[in-house]
Write a protein that binds this ligand. Sequence first.
Ligand code: ZN
Ligand code: ZN
Length: 252
Amino acid sequence: MKEKIYTIPVNEAFDAHDECPFCFLERQVEQRTIKYTIGPGASYMEPEVRLATDREGFCGAHYKKLFDYENPLGSALIMQTYFVSLFEEMSKQMDQYQIPGKRSLFSKKQDTGDSPLVTWVRQKQSSCFICNKIEYNMERYYATFFHLCKDPEFRAKVEGSKGFCMRHFLRLMEEAPDKVPGGQQEWFYPTVFRLMRENMARVKGDLDWFIDKFDYRNASADWKNSRDAVQRTMQKLQGIYPADPPFKSEPR
Ligand SMILES: [Zn+2]
Ligand SMILES: [Zn+2]
């Protein structure tokens, strides 16, 4: 495959033996995007980048990560210009708002959906510059993954992996019917299902032993692979790295 820019990270993610290679890729692209958004390159001072952040805003999780990155002036500048279109659009929405009047208890069923104002606020709140950039890259990583599955060497890597988290398993199952060619489905589904069964059971076993270790009778027993069972189980269930420290700018 020519597009090394995507094949290399996908191969590396499978080589990393993470609980989920897509979590691994997503964390990588998220940190890269946070650094790009607010890091030393100061892309936020470039007009076209600011236009994009003004238009797309940030979700709560990513405001928190921008805050953690420790460039408060950068965050302030990004939010300052975001307010311009926010005020403009909000005023327009409120000017055009049709006050619904008192609803009868019995007329709820006739409700014809959300007002344009509600739709607008909802869109504003769910839109995020960083999420959009992550999604753009993840789409390509998934496409690359399905493409690489033709290659026996890559298949061996998949077969030896620790499977996927539930969130990324969902996406695999959503995309596979369109992306996995007919002849490859006989390999793809049994392999992914085996990985899910075996590795969910393995993590559950680690979690069980983690709990058993609190029994005084096991106090001197070996932790085996259970020390970090809680964070790995959370990752398997929701595709997060709860034990990660905040991603921060490097000290100068
Ligand atoms: Zn994952
Ligand atoms: Zn976001």
